[in-house]
Write a protein that binds this ligand. Structure first.
Ligand code: NAI
Ligand code: MG
Length: 353
């Protein structure tokens, strides 16, 4: 079988420390399943921005086009404004490749203490589906009267029938394959144009997915319920901004942002999808070899699933769960003392069995 061609963008800070862990894990699980991976590494990063004035070359997106998938570590560096790394790399890739679904699974593993006292492993297992290419993250708007007392900024949120419908269809179908329950994040009581439209489209799409029970919650109440009773959720779908906030909240509920994975999916597979941990470059711990590689490794498991290898994917998440449940090996963010390499080594040993 020919190798999967992966474009790898380790990025900055701990992105460069967790990406090698992904290579190791994929080699181990690939060995058992006859899978091969051919990586092409790109040095696109804030470091490159400081050196050459751009996060990636002008034809960067085109260079990624022919790959089967993109893996990204994390980008961000002190001294480079965050909107540069976001709009100079991540957002152009998500948009050019129509990666309109951002998928973020959240689980409390056995052996990890959730900050929520009552949370028990196994009970909390939900997925946030974030609309990833439109909504509140729009370029439409502007600033006027800079520096004057009447200075102002306007930013328009963009919700299209096509854009909302396709992400809702993805979320309903995912709920159908999982627990059969979908929650829509809204705020149609306060935001009176876009979110009532969103709610209408949810009702409309629900008719095409009769096997899925669904409800909707206003984003503020939903945040409270995610903390008070996270076990009730299965699939949560939200706009770009709501999905962004919910998935970081979910990651915290699961015990550490270092665990949380994400997939930027082009469900039609017309373009490469991109897989990345939720966390950033963590400059406060970068360079010490102590970053938790689980978010990156779980993202690689999502990539295996997307590439058509669900068994290999399940083996990787299973091995992560086993290391946590059966050993004390865990990184400092989870209260342990293992290094990135030690945790990865323990995981790879399990995959080798
Ligand atoms: P961050 O996720 O980098 O760090 C937040 C906190 O969590 C820090 O205390 C960090 O040490 C800890 N942490 C994060 N990942 C960890 C891991 N794998 N293991 C152990 N501890 C971990 O978020 P922050 O500090 O807000 O941003 C730092 C930089 O990263 C900024 O430049 C930001 O723009 C960028 N960033 C990039 C993202 C991306 O590439 N997709 C996403 C979020 C932030
Ligand atoms: Mg976020």
């Amino acid at each position: 079988m020919s190798a999967h061609r992966i474009a790898s963008i380790p990025g900055d800070g701990i992105g460069r420390e967790v990406t090698p862990a992904v290579y190791e894990v994929l080699e181990a699980v690939g060995g058992r399943h006859g899978l091969e991976f051919a990586y092409t590494e790109f040095d696109w990063s804030c470091e490159r921005y400081l050196r050459e004035g751009a996060m990636m070359p002008e034809d960067g997106v085109d260079r990624l086009r022919g790959f089967d998938a993109v893996f990204l570590g994390a980008v961000g560096a002190p001294g480079v404004p965050d909107h540069i790394s976001l709009w100079g790399l991540l957002i152009p890739i998500r948009r050019a490749f129509r990666q309109y679904v951002n998928l973020r699974p959240i689980r409390v593993f056995e052996g990890i203490d959730s900050p929520l006292r009552a949370a028990r492993a196994g009970e909390i297992d939900f997925v946030v589906v974030r609309e990833n290419v439109e909504g509140e993250y729009s370029e439409i708007g502007g600033r006027l009267n800079r520096g004057f007392p009447e200075e102002m900024a306007v930013q328009e949120a963009v919700f299209t029938r096509a854009g909302v419908t396709r992400v809702l269809d993805y979320a309903f179908a995912l709920a159908g394959r999982r627990g059969g329950h979908l929650t829509s994040a809204t705020k149609s009581n306060g935001i009176v144009h876009t979110l009532p439209f969103w709610d209408e489209l949810v009702r409309e799409r629900a008719e095409s997915h009769p096997g899925v029970r669904w409800d909707q919650e206003h984003i503020d109440a939903l945040c409270a319920k995610l903390v008070l009773d996270p076990a009730r959720f299965d699939v949560i779908v939200g706009s770009n901004l709501f999905g962004d906030i919910l998935s970081d909240l979910g990651a915290a509920v699961a015990g550490s942002i270092g665990i949380a994975p994400s997939a930027n999916l082009n469900p039609e597979r017309e373009h490469p999808s991109m897989f990345e941990p939720v966390h950033g470059s963590a400059p406060d711990i970068a360079g010490r070899g102590i970053a938790n590689p689980m978010g990156a490794i779980w993202s690689a498991a999502l990539m295996l699933d997307h590439l058509g290898h669900p068994e290999a994917s399940a083996e990787v998440t299973g091995a992560m769960a086993a290391v946590l449940a059966e050993t004390d090996t865990r990184t400092a963010d989870l209260g342990g003392s293992a290094t990135t390499a030690e945790f990865t080594g323990e995981l790879v040993r399990r995959l080798g069995r």
